[in-house]
Design a protein around this ligand. Structure first.
Ligand SMILES: Cc1ncc(COP(=O)(O)O)c(C=O)c1O
Length: 391
């Protein structure tokens, strides 16, 4: 089975059929499962049998979704969560103790940053940060109590790339747990475990659903670590709902064809923007001008669906651009069939100091485009007319 291609695994990984011999997997909307007798119940709770007990622990739909992600990421085991953030939080809460230390990339998703700066310190867990272009400084940040090395690549929203192979080597040398948020790449474009990651996290809300319908998250990787995460989640309740798991498992069946087209459209948008007179810079992993182009080529199959560009004229120009957009959506999500534009400096990252913003690559005029699946000429047409309004 492992020799099957990713498209086949995403379609043909299926839990056991019911007595109706359905072709497409049904939805198991049940909170609990029944036992034959008291001995069956005892043995099930003692984990002498592998079976569903209660949908906070496992459910056939979540199991199918998790086994697909495990195959696509070459992971041993996993657990599915209600959101990407519950996956991030539960992973750290399960694995860290009071007094532990994290070394993390500075360019991480806003809520993950809040977890590190506002919440984990309440349990005496501190974080030190490295900039994406300073991975040579990582080793100097490692302390005797450092337990986790954490990063995202490509980063949100500046689309920087971090060399996963180097992170893998550092983690191994210092016996750290390497955790990679692989949300922007999806398991189709990048498999961090191959570069030494111990755990991989996804917000399934993005390209894995791909149609802007449901929230979900998943952590996969080393079985011993996933066991700790499972025990934490089983007792604290951040489980993915069976309905959302069913949706996400169906979505995975089309992941490869969707992501291929997303990437094709995104590259065309990036190439168009690169030649536009009102644009200072464009960042897209598979553009030769990207500062980490060679690393992106080494670790990613294609460049992903997010393009970041810096419109000339700073914050005001960024706001004018967004106000002039007609077809693309102004929305906080990404990885949808619908193209989405955001201006981080005046919205999602407006509370950061200018210095902190710039450190994570968020310049005043930075626009993030989550390139969707509309005809690419219509996407480029909308961006063109919006740029005409920028002075
Ligand atoms: C890189 C990254 N990680 C995690 C998350 C959190 O995911 P969710 O919104 O599903 O909780 C997001 C959401 O945008 C994200 O972009």
């Amino acid at each position: 089975m492992n020799s099957q291609h990713i498209e086949t695994q995403a379609i043909r990984t299926q839990i056991e059929r019911s007595s109706f011999l359905e072709h497409s997997n049904p939805l198991y909307l049940t909170s609990s499962f029944i036992f034959e007798d008291v001995e069956d119940m005892r043995a099930s709770f003692a984990e002498e049998k592998q079976r569903n007990i209660y949908s906070r622990f496992t459910n056939p739909n979540t199991s199918e979704f998790v086994s697909k992600i495990c195959k696509l990421e070459s992971a041993e085991d996993g657990y599915a969560f209600a959101t990407g953030m519950s996956a991030v939080f539960s992973t750290f809460a399960a694995l860290l103790n009071s007094g532990d230390h994290i070394v993390s990339s500075r360019s991480i998703f806003g809520s993950t940053n809040s977890l590190f700066t506002k919440f984990l310190p309440k349990w005496n867990i501190e974080t030190s940060y490295f900039k994406v272009n300073e991975i040579d400084k990582i080793e100097s940040l490692i302390q005797p109590n450092t337990k986790v090395l954490y990063a995202e690549s490509p980063t949100n929203p500046a689309v920087d790339i971090i060399d996963l192979e180097i992170l893998g080597k550092i983690a191994k040398k210092h016996n750290l747990i390497l955790i990679i948020d692989n949300c922007f790449a999806t398991p189709y474009l990048q498999q961090p475990i191959k570069f030494g990651a111990d755990l991989v996290i996804h917000s399934a809300t993005k390209l894995i659903d791909g149609q802007g319908r449901v929230l979900g998250g998943v952590t996969v990787g080393r079985a011993d670590l996933v066991r700790e995460i499972y025990l934490f989640a089983r007792n604290t309740g951040p489980a993915l709902s069976p309905f959302n798991a069913w949706i996400l498992s169906k979505s995975l069946e089309t992941l490869v064809v969707r992501v291929d087209r997303h990437c094709e459209n995104a590259l065309k948008v990036a190439e168009f923007l690169e030649n536009h007179p009102k644009v200072n810079t464009v960042k897209y992993p598979f553009l030769k001008s990207h500062p980490q182009y060679e690393i992106a080529k080494k670790q990613m199959k294609l460049g992903g669906n997010v393009v970041a560009f810096e419109v000339k004229g700073g914050v005001d120009a960024g706001r004018t651009f967004l106000n002039s957009i007609k077809m693309c959506s102004l929305s906080a999500n990404l990885g949808d069939t619908r193209s989405i534009v955001t201006h981080p400096a005046s919205t999602t990252h407006s509370k950061l100091s200018v210095e902190d913003r710039l450190e994570t690559g968020i310049t005043d005029g930075l626009i993030r485009v989550s390139v969707g699946l509309e005809n690419v000429n219509d996407i480029i047409q909308d961006i063109t007319q919006a740029l005409e309004n920028v002075d």
